[in-house]
Design a protein around this ligand. Structure first.
Ligand code: HSE
Length: 320
């Protein structure tokens, strides 16, 4: 059996929900924005290799690749369940830039673990798998936070609940919102961006954060698009991180002046996002970012909707 799995890019935080809200991205031109993993049976053990545009940014030793850790962790779970682990090879197609703020490590981890679960007859439940995804992604980003793995796995906009059986909840999203995203091409290490964060916030900041997030979730459930967009503000991470992302403040201001309903940092950056319901405006925002925010050949921009499907099987390479 050979299977190939895709896991979409994601925006952590979505401004208003630091570490607890995230959305999966689907470019409207139909292209894939995320990593794929192909799995095939081998005689024994775990084999890992990497191809794709950003493969050269990963460690050359396969055992240093997070996919290897994913397979070891999955094997441990199978052993605990008393199930056999047949040998497996995993080939990662690394298409998302590392340190981009687009959930690059989450995309690899989700594709690998989703693929392993398919490969081993869905031995783990959704919640078990999501917990494992969070743990493995946390090894790379410096601490466990689910705001990239949950949307990449389940699609849409995911709010982390983390209560007993309810790990996360799909928040109703606005079908007519376009999410314009631009990766500048600069690398921001999530672990380093997290190390910058203060350990404590003032009480008034904590209260405002809770109010903004609760009001955003409420507005989303009520279908109040303008109110929801006006609540996409980040009073926790953006004030600390924005000054360190070249060109971010100028480009965000430009997005709002050009009529975006909201704009912010995707994950820990440097990817910037902007929201609009008007496709012509989305194009204008993208043009601006393409000309002013992108710094080198690694950079790119896309007009996206939310990817409502999440991780899924794709056709094998070379078969379409
Ligand atoms: N919530 C995480 C952070 C997302 O902002 O550090 C990282 O992509």
């Amino acid at each position: 059996m050979t299977i190939r799995v895709y896991a979409p890019a994601s925006m952590g935080n979505v401004s208003v929900g630091f570490d607890v809200l995230g959305g999966a991205l689907a470019p409207i031109d139909g292209s894939l924005l995320g990593d794929c993993v192909s799995l095939a049976e081998v005689e024994q053990g775990i084999e890992v290799s990497t191809i794709g545009k950003f493969a050269h940014k990963l460690p050359s030793d396969p055992k240093q690749n997070i996919l290897y850790d994913c397979a070891v962790a999955y094997q441990k779970e199978l052993t605990q369940l008393g199930k056999p682990f047949k040998g497996v090879s995993l080939v990662l197609e690394k298409e998302l830039p590392v340190g981009s703020g687009l959930g690059s490590s989450a995309s690899s981890v989700v594709a690998a673990l989703y693929g392993l679960n398919e490969f081993y007859d869905n031995a783990l439940s959704k919640n078990q798998l999501l917990l494992l995804m969070g743990q493995l992604e946390g090894q790379i980003s410096g601490s466990v936070h689910f705001d990239n793995v949950a949307p990449s796995y389940l699609g849409g906009l995911q709010l982390m609940v983390e209560r007993d059986d309810v790990l996360c909840s799909t928040i109703p999203s606005f079908d007519d919102w376009y999410w314009v995203v631009a990766f500048s091409g600069a690398k921001v290490s999530t672990a380093e961006a997290r190390a910058l964060m203060p350990n404590q916030v003032e009480l008034k900041t904590a209260l405002k954060f809770g109010q903004n997030l609760a009001a955003f979730i409420d507005a989303s459930h009520r279908g109040n698009s303008d109110l929801a967009a006006s609540l996409l503000v980040d009073i926790i991470a953006e004030p600390v991180r924005a000054p360190l992302i070249p060109g971010f403040v100028e480009s965000k201001n430009a997005m709002l002046e050009l009529g975006a309903m909201a704009s912010g940092i995707s994950g820990s950056g440097p990817t910037l996002f902007a929201v609009t319901t008007d496709l012509a405006k989305a194009q204008q925002l993208q043009d601006y970012l393409q000309q002013n925010y992108i710094q080198n050949d690694d950079g790119f921009s896309h007009i996206c909707k939310l990817d409502t499907l999440g991780a899924r099987r794709e056709a094998l390479r070379g078969t379409v």
